[in-house]
Design a protein around this ligand. Structure first.
Ligand code: SF4
Length: 509
């Protein structure tokens, strides 16, 4: 979809390119809305443009005038020295390849020459398992990219050729250059969040609230409160690859809010962090933001980190939907996955939310978990029914299939077959359909199968990806499976899938 009128944004940066040394194209291989919702974009954009020697401009696959001309100055994608992608969802690899192809950049590493940009990819997908994508990527950034992105720029600035730059990147911790075949690659973690530079003047689109370009959290200042998580649920990627849990101090967070609201034209703060409750001073922070006359939202909270005062302040700050993730209605299964919240934590959270003025509830569940029985599925149904019976809030139950992720403790566990997943979903739908206030939503099962295969697959999947990118969409993956003869869509259920070893075994902490 093309934007109908030229996009106006606050805080975007256009530099005179004759006065900089390095041109960096930051690409988000999906919609403008999705890319502008993420903090990664704001961090990379801000930190690179703070350098006098670098111009960073943005590209999105969808919802812009062109996926291969920058938002800021219409700069052609291939004019950049470095093209950096964040890959947040596995399936977006097709968009990434299409952007390269449309930008006249050879899609396959070995076809690139000294005149082509260097393609760097980071983000949770490749930090977990880069192997399916090695055919297309010159350099992977494994782990947190805040500082390493400066190493990349410095290397490009001082190198005489593209090959020399890529070879130099292979020597840097946290950068993985597949053509050099390293025996191990380390994962970069930033130790001290307080000491880290932070994007204060964030880019905000000047669009209506109803616009499809409006970021998911609305027009808000994104405030990263925590990184990683103090828990380590066996299925959860964040709980494994973003260790250890780190938090910013209350003083630093208050300073960032004050500066951020001054430099970013919004009246809302969205708290970012996979486990916000890990911040001891969360309640103080939220209530302090409200006293500044600014709205605040906490996208998701652990049920055992909720207090009445915290929720009261969030309601005063404009939040009306509480999002929590019981994962399963079965206490035993919840315990076995390491999610230490109890049924009474969940009941109390719901009760408290309703008593202070929340009007809707979003609950996340996973089906097809290792060891799951019919009794566990019944417990999930019962939990949703009981919550609906005891509360007047609107309830959205998001029920999604288990996707085994590389580098988690459940990385070797299989995904249920498509038929089994369909059966479970149909059963849950039937059991809940008579409850009018409950809406059931789920990830497309085809998408769950694709994500699982790419999560645990190896480099042989490059052929499947290349073929799927030619056709695009779900149909593309099906045709790719047929044409390559690689049983891709059922890979994560195949008992023999690791017969040649674990593809990501070289990634080290
Ligand atoms: S508490 Fe949430 S973020 Fe932390 S490991 Fe568990 S699921 Fe992941």
């Amino acid at each position: 979809m093309l934007a109908s009128r030229p996009l106006i944004e606050f805080n975007s940066v256009v530099k005179n390119t004759s006065k900089v040394d390095v041109l960096f194209g930051y690409c988000y291989p999906s919609t403008y809305r999705a890319g502008m919702t993420g903090l990664a974009l704001q961090i990379i954009y801000s930190t690179l443009n703070a350098r006098e020697d670098t111009s960073c401009e943005r590209y999105f696959r969808h919802q812009t005038q062109s996926p291969v001309h920058s938002i800021e100055s219409n700069r052609p994608l291939r004019d950049n020295h470095i093209i950096g992608f964040t890959l947040t969802y596995e399936e977006d690899i097709l968009n990434l390849i299409q952007m390269l192809d449309l930008g006249k950049i050879p899609v396959v590493v070995e076809d690139r020459t000294d005149n082509d940009p260097i393609i760097v990819v980071g983000g949770p997908v490749v930090s977990s398992n880069p192997e399916p994508y090695v055919d297309f990527v010159d350099v992977f950034a494994i782990g947190e990219g805040d500082i390493i992105v400066h190493n990349i720029v410095e290397i490009v600035k001082s190198s005489g050729s593209r090959d020399e730059a890529i070879a130099a990147m292979a020597e840097i911790d946290g950068l993985y250059v597949p053509i050099t075949k390293p025996s191990s690659v380390s994962h970069i973690t930033i130790a001290d969040l307080d000491a880290l530079e932070y994007p204060i003047a964030q880019v905000i689109p000047d669009v209506d609230e109803e616009s499809k370009l409006e970021p998911v959290f609305g027009k808000s200042f994104l405030l990263e409160v925590t990184r990683g998580c103090g828990h380590s649920c066996k299925f959860c990627l964040v709980g494994h690859i973003c260790q250890p849990r780190r938090t910013r101090s209350l003083e630093r967070l208050q300073e960032l809010v004050e500066q951020g609201i001054e430099r970013t034209p919004v009246n809302k703060v969205s708290l970012i962090g996979s486990s916000l409750g890990d911040l001891d001073s969360l309640e103080d922070l939220v209530c302090w933001i409200v006293t500044r006359g600014v709205e605040v939202s906490a996208p998701s909270l652990r049920a055992d980190s909720i207090s009445k005062n915290l929720l009261e302040c969030l309601v005063k700050g404009g939040q009306r939907t509480l999002t929590i993730a019981p994962e399963t209605g079965s206490l035993a299964l919840r315990k076995s996955m390491g999610k230490g919240i109890t049924d009474s934590d969940i009941e109390m959270a719901v009760k408290t939310a309703e008593s202070v003025g929340y009007t809707s509830l979003k609950l996340y569940f996973i089906i097809g978990l290792p060891g799951e029985t019919q009794a566990d599925i019944d417990s999930t149904v019962r939990m949703i029914q009981n919550i609906a019976k005891n509360s007047a809030m609107r309830i959205t139950a998001s029920v999604n299939p288990f996707i085994p992720k590389a580098r988690t403790r459940w990385e070797m566990e299989p995904q249920l077959t498509l038929d089994a997943l369909r059966g479970t979903l149909r059963y849950i739908e039937d059991e809940l359909k008579s409850i009018p206030r409950v809406t059931l939503e789920t990830l497309d099962l085809r998408s769950a199968r694709i994500q699982a295969a790419l999560s645990i697959g190896g480099r042989s999947l490059g052929e499947v990806i290349r073929t799927a990118a030619v056709y695009g969409g779900y149909g593309g993956w099906r045709r790719a499976e047929k044409e390559t003869g690689i049983p891709f869509l059922s890979l994560a259920s195949d008992p023999d899938r690791f017969r040649s070893g674990i593809p990501w075994a070289y990634l080290k902490r």
